[in-house]
Design a binder for this molecule. Sequence first.
Ligand SMILES: Cc1ncc(COP(=O)(O)O)c(C=O)c1O
Length: 410
Amino acid sequence: MAFPVGKRKYIMSYLRRSLTSSISVQKNCIHVNSRRWISSSKLIIEPNHDESRFANTMPSKEDLKFGTIFSNHMLMIEWHRETKWCAPKIVPFQDLKLSPAATSLHYGLECFEGMKAYKSLSDPDNLLLFRPDLNIQRLKNSMNRLQMPTEDIDASELISCITKLIRLDQDWIPHGEGYSLYLRPTVISTHPYLGVAKAENLLLYVITSPVGPYYAAGGFQPVKLTCDTRDVRAWPGGTGANKIGGNYGPTIQASSEAAKKGFDQVLWLYGDKDEVTEVGSMNIFFLLKNKETGTTELITPPLDRGDILPGVTRRSILELTKSWNKKGLEIVERFPTMPEIREAANEGRFIEAFGAGTAAVVSPIACIQYKGELILPTDGVGDLTKQIYNEITSIQYGEVEGHEWSVKIP
Ligand SMILES: Cc1ncc(COP(=O)(O)O)c(C=O)c1O
């Protein structure tokens, strides 16, 4: 078939452009998988030869500040629409080289996870993860929400790559109660494009950071909350159920204003009835005595509306408390409202409340400011809060032998 000269030039320049772009993709992804999914057997390790980095970087255990120190290595796995997942690589911790046009920077094509690796209290060689399959499933859900491909991610293969990273950097895991290595799996679009569109290139990486106890010696420090803010964290039909960066930036304004007024966290409300949804970056639980039945209810907002993050800690607390079969304690998933909490407090039925998340496990609530009024639970740090904290941490630190939630790192 003969094309007119103008059209021929156009086709030649199109072919040249697509060839160069696919060559540059191939260059970035030197270790192309023979298969297209993430495969731990293809993992390449490029060790960090800087012997002094640990000594120069790792502070004493007491001086650890959350999220400021990063271990020696990171895991990186590239995905390109043409070649799919490249071989995973563990490389020295390093800055990323990213096009300023990458769509993660412009349109928030980014999602992440937060999980921890623990050293068993009785045997520091025994490294443990807590329900990592739930984090990877949540990461995949967040990726799906951003139209990033997940069909070639097998959770056990990705976890296997992550465990190799942890084993390599095991000296960075501080030993002792409350200490752990915080893991931050992240997926960003590296696609250089100024249009709002599906990502053509992704980078999945995992960095790790040694962390100390959430509570200083002396035990729990109950937090002061305010819900007197204009802002809404999440809403039905939004993205609150996903862990995407775009959910977090817009919360900083309300948190800063709360801090200026002397509050530790924002209690997020939704709708005309002032339904309680989450606290800061944690799920929330209330222990209330039911006005009609007199039974004690542990209440947390349900997931089906899509505005609550399905926390791993939330789920564990629900499963744990249900398994106790405690007489007189009902576990209820519904949205409590602030007028209801206020009424319960006035009538002495608001017993305790706590936030729940990986960072703190549980964070007891001292008081809630609502419409200028301070609402207080009767028990401050209550027995249930303490029992949940003790049971979950003893599983995380390997004190409960062979618990199915605790995964040994080979
Ligand atoms: C908004 C939000 N809610 C709840 C949680 C608690 O989730 P998890 O228990 O999995 O840490 C987190 C932390 O990941 C969060 O960011």
